[in-house]
Design a protein around this ligand. Structure first.
Ligand SMILES: Nc1ncnc2c1ncn2[C@@H]1O[C@H](COP(=O)(O)OP(=O)(O)O)[C@@H](O)[C@H]1O
Ligand SMILES: [Mg+2]
Length: 293
């Protein structure tokens, strides 16, 4: 029997509320008021592979504690753009180059002296294909990054594993088999494990590049529900070629398009509800009504 996404929706919420003690919420609410969550601003960003200009002059905001969707046809530069947001573009094969600014909480992550490794710690990334470390257990996958940065005590590791797996809505499914290999899990569980691994680094921003494209409808539904939970605490940017997904999970949407010159440009950016119901640009309208792409 196959269960369609719509059936999955009818099954009701699968994701338990985040297990955060009331005192922690209160503290967080107070600090939210002070900092307003973490935000990114992309200013006049261009990125090349060798001589090929892949994205040109992109300016947009990734607003705090909200989901920003990046949509557009294949090859328009969505992955390139998100990889520029945590300085992964520069380690992508193909002689990459970037110009412009990317501000994280008003600090340019491309400023001289900024360590890209630190940037990637603050701006986490989840990829299309779940990529748990194959030789590691579920437990070790979650804390792999944490162990590289410091030497935490077992108590801290245990606490982090439970908290992050709960946040990733995976704890109940794996709590009795934490020592099993991460790759023994189903695809959807592996993707939630990768989300838990990213959360363990306490990122300010979480980037996701088509995180559901390798998953079935039920697993996709779980990730979408999870994203909706996570935005209470995290600033999220998600690349998706699935417009229903963008309209379901995101608050803001950026539509990219490459014309015949194969250069990706931002066509329209705005509130998701508005962009999907009353697009300002006729190319956006053509795309969201399925006339191309
Ligand atoms: N590693 C690479 N080397 C050279 N060109 C690349 C590389 N990755 C992507 N490109 C090119 O950059 C453009 C944008 O690609 P990409 O960001 O992957 O688009 P999308 O994610 O929207 O499908 C395309 O023309 C693609 O061929
Ligand atoms: Mg891509």
């Amino acid at each position: 029997m196959t269960i369609e996404a719509t059936d999955a929706r009818r099954m009701g919420p699968l994701i338990p509320a985040l297990a955060v003690p009331a005192a922690a919420w209160k503290e967080r609410a107070a600090s939210d008021a002070a900092i307003g969550g973490h935000a990114m601003r992309v200013e006049s960003l261009s990125a090349w592979y060798g001589n090929h200009l892949a994205v040109h002059d992109i300016t947009l905001d990734i607003k705090p504690r909200a989901v920003t969707a990046i949509i557009g046809p294949s090859g328009c530069g969505k992955s390139t753009l998100v990889r520029c947001l945590n300085r992964m573009h520069e380690v992508t094969p193909g002689a990459p180059r970037v110009s412009g600014r990317v501000l994280l909480d008003r600090h340019d992550i491309y400023a001289p002296g900024v360590d890209p490794v630190q940037v990637r710690r603050h701006v986490g990334m989840v990829f299309q294909k779940p990529n748990p470390f194959p030789s590691m257990s579920i437990y070790d996958n979650v804390v792999a990054g944490l162990k590289l940065t410091k030497a935490p005590s077992k108590a801290v590791l245990d606490e982090t594993v439970e908290r992050c797996l709960r946040q990733a809505a995976l704890w109940d499914e794996v709590k009795d088999k934490l020592k099993q290999s991460g790759v023994s899990l189903s695809g959807g569980q592996q993707q939630r494990l990768c989300i838990a691994r990213a959360l363990a680094m306490a990122p300010r921003v979480l980037l996701m590049d088509e995180p559901c494209s390798a998953l079935d409808p039920i697993a996709t539904y779980k990730i979408e529900a999870l994203i909706t939970e996570l935005k209470r605490e995290y600033t999220i940017a998600i690349v998706t070629h699935n417009m229903q997904q963008a309209s379901r999970v995101s608050d803001f949407t950026a539509f990219l398009l490459a014309a015949d010159d194969r250069i990706g440009r931002l066509v329209e950016y705005g509130e998701t509800a508005e962009l999907f119901t009353a697009p300002k640009d006729e190319r956006t309208e053509a795309y969201i009504t399925g006339r191309f792409g």
